[in-house]
Design a protein. Sequence first.
Length: 619
Amino acid sequence: MKRIIPLLVLALGVAYLASSLRPHKPGGEFDLASFGELPVLLNGRIKPLDTVARTSLLQMQEKQVVRTADGKLEPIEWLTRLVFTPGDADVLQTFKIIHPEVLTLMHLEASDGAEGRRFSFEQLRDHVSDLEKQVQLAGPIDAKKRTPFQNAVLQLYGNLTTYQQLKYSLQDPEGGDFQSEVRSFAENYEAGVAAVRAQASGGEHDQEAASKIISQARRFQFLGDFGKLLVVPPPAGAEDPLAWKKVGESLMGSFEDGAIDPGVLAWAGMGHTWRNGLAEDFNQVVGLYRDSLASRYGEALRKTDIETRFNAAAPFYTSMALFVGAFLLAVLSWLRWPTVLGRSAVALLSLAAIATTAGILTRMWLEGRPPVTNLYSSAVFIGWGSVLLCLALEFFYRNAIPTAAAGLIGFCTLLVAHHLSLSGDTLEMMRAVLDSNFWLATHVTVVTIGYSATFVAGALGIVYIVLGVFTRILTEPVAKRITGMVYGVVCFATLFSLIGTILGGIWADQSWGRFWGWDPKENGALMIVLWNAIILHCRWGGLVKQRGLMNLAIFGNIITSWSWFGTNLLGVGLHSYGFTENGAAVLGMFMVSQLAFIGLGLLPDGVWRSSPRKPARSG
């Protein structure tokens, strides 16, 4: 049993992990998987349509799947409906609204929406003007001073704007068959332009031809101004390979070029075949368009293919489930079958570490950057670094305590990453001052490893206190092992935090001409170094014993979280990424929870169910 059960748990974990890698093709006869792999340019990055669909839905409703009366739609099928048959998308409930005053503003009841919180564009359409009035009032107010109602209004308006911009990206949703209109424009281009010129000079002209070409030009201009996606690549031989255009921009350029770009015709053909249910023709147009891009954008196509598979596999979401399983098995191992369940927990934890590693490496390849480039990737990397450090501790101590800490940290950091992903594309373009692979690979990576180690020390401290207050497991040998772990991890954290902070100063000197400027982020990094140094000196000087060491390590969680997130919420300094009400609230709750654990650690010995100072009671 000692061998069979861990192997069985490992096999189940592998099967679960493998199931997430199984290719899934949505859309029935329509090859929407290939359609989702087609590249577009958005926010300075070439990405697949699949990513556009997923990030847009996350912003609008905080989940990627669209529920319907018949089941659910994959993100790419939702986006295909939105850009080609918008009437089908307008009735889908994809806008999350939970603030009661916003519901009242839009003349809605919670019962009108899916799950009491998601509503369709059709339900919101008639009251957008009321929303715009509130947006005009809330917009000029500083973000920190806005009420929850004003924040909810701005968020909903932003989501509606994104929705409309996507709708106008590939065609005029208020017109007829877009392919027919584009062909008509191509056939009557010369006569229409001649009529317009004659009209302008006061000569004889074809009034119908002039009016038609002017009407088309106005619609094309609107598509160019309001559309969101840049889907038409530059012609072969162009100096700038990222000079992509929107459909409307490309059509307006036809007035100068005298010809319609083949890319526009391809997208119009996809829309025509989709609307008319011509699956075979749709797949053929998608394939031909992809082939036309292969010679110029072969590397981009490889990346969009891999990114689409990466999106579907969702390795970080898979890892979250594995981390929870590892944590539960580790806790159970303290109560029954310590060897069997402990090994099973390590097996699941190792699988989660492998999945997370694969996800990080894939993101690095897609982005062409080191692992940490923004807050989202820092959350993933901190969890990954913590898990690896805990696995190393488990190798030496073999008591499932590091495994429990790893499962807890891994799940929490990936949960934080999930909520950060709701703001948009996580593979965003780098800010100019951060555009340095060398410093991203040195300063950022090293200081983030310091964050990971400090959180591991704090998590082990929490385990120590929970075991002492609520169980009888914390015997003197167990307490000594946890103390040794915390001490070693704090030493590790101090070293990496110090080196990372010094490297950050050198980068700052190169970027801004000063090594240190008392920026909030710089102060936060220094606080981590000083606090870890304080812990070590208190230990060396005998100022604290085991329980005091644990409380100091837990307080390190507060300081590290402040340096990691809190400084970004201040709205000041070179490292501020903007205030968010939800971010501040979550950070505050986390700090309160850590203070609560410290409070438990300060309870007198008599309150603890077990104490390392005396043998644990039997029974």
